[in-house]
Write a protein that binds this ligand. Structure first.
Ligand SMILES: NC(=O)c1ccc[n+]([C@@H]2O[C@H](COP(=O)([O-])OP(=O)(O)OC[C@H]3O[C@@H](n4cnc5c(N)ncnc54)[C@H](OP(=O)(O)O)[C@@H]3O)[C@@H](O)[C@H]2O)c1
Length: 295
């Protein structure tokens, strides 16, 4: 495994395993498989509703805590100082660990400054080894990196060959914020697994398009957290440290950049409204389940 060193000196595996869209039913088995395959970094989030299953797999693995790197993310309805603090303590309880290696603010909406101040305090108390942000486009990233007391160490953003974040990465580099790719394969959108350029490069090294994509990220210094529910693919995605892409290969992949999201843009007010509705719906569900418990 290769590591990157975050701005506070913490070492983070450059390749980890993500559990977005891994169901509660499957998650414990998937994380156990990932740990068996050799992953030591796991990326979850409050909004994935599987922190508890990640925790179960960690406990059952018997792997020493210091060998693991666990990331989670605070969801928007837990923003503001008090709610964020309480939610991180709840994440710790669900994950069944004493500290989280990296805690991110999941989205740049609502009272993220209040939430950030809670993360700063929890970081200083030793409950979080590193803190960061996610989906902060360059304008929001420069804002928080400039005005916060403690600068984010990581920014996790959509990054793959069709949306390479070349400009955004320059801004992150300038502020010493490590870029981490979510959807390192773009979830296969735009035919990425069947892309001819990636296939031709892979053929030279007897590697798959997935392995070529991960190798490309790693050679750019981008942290990756591919997701798969299949053991063979987990192993395949980890097997990327025995070859290197040439400058020519890297340039050929750079040419695939479409410089736009394959999912959605956080600059789009319709998208922001979609998030707002989601947060309100979840609050309603939460309130009604609390009422039921009171009956
Ligand atoms: N911060 C955020 O807002 C945010 C947003 C999205 C994701 N994330 C994080 O980033 C992680 C990765 O992103 P993602 O899960 O959205 O997408 P991804 O890793 O780009 O792609 C996952 C998809 O690729 C397939 N796949 C995986 N390995 C493969 C291989 N070797 N060959 C062929 N297909 C393969 C998986 O299928 P199978 O599972 O069927 O194998 C799944 O459909 C997430 O799990 C999550 O931890 C964060």
């Amino acid at each position: 495994m290769e590591y990157v060193t975050l701005s506070n000196g913490v070492k983070m595996p450059i390749l980890g395993y993500g559990v977005y869209q891994v169901t509660k039913d499957e998650c414990e088995r998937c994380v156990a498989d990932a740990l068996k395959a050799g992953y030591r970094s796991i990326d979850t989030a409050q909004s994935y509703f599987n922190e508890e299953e990640v925790g179960n797999a960690i406990v059952r693995s018997g792997i020493p805590r210091e060998d693991l790197f666990i990331t989670s993310k605070v969801w928007v309805e837990h923003y503001g100082y008090d709610a964020c603090r309480a939610s991180v303590l709840e994440s710790l309880r669900k994950l069944q660990i004493e500290y989280i290696d990296l805690m991110l603010l999941h989205q740049p909406f609502s009272d993220y400054y209040g939430a950030w101040r809670a993360l700063e305090d929890l970081y200083e108390e030793g409950k979080l080894r590193a803190i960061g942000i996610s989906n902060f486009y360059p304008d929001r990233m420069v804002d928080i990196a400039s005005f916060a007391r403690i600068r984010p160490m990581v920014n996790q953003v959509e990054t793959h060959p069709l949306n390479q974040q070349i400009e955004a990465k320059k801004w992150m580099d300038k502020y010493g914020v490590r870029i981490e790719a979510w959807a390192p394969f773009g979830e296969g959108r735009g035919g990425l697994f069947e892309n001819e350029v990636l296939k031709a490069i892979g053929a030279k090294y007897s590697k798959t398009t997935a392995q070529v994509m991960l190798r490309w990220h790693i050679q750019r210094g981008v942290v990756v957290i591919p997701k798969s529910t299949h053991y063979e693919r987990m192993a395949e995605n980890l097997n990327v440290f025995d070859f290197a892409l040439t400058d020519e290969d890297m340039t050929a992949i750079t040419a695939l950049d479409q410089k736009q999201s394959s999912f959605f843009s956080h600059y789009d007010p319709n998208m922001v409204e979609w998030f707002v509705n989601m947060v309100e719906e979840r609050k309603k569900q939460h309130d009604s389940s609390k009422e039921k418990k009171n009956w």
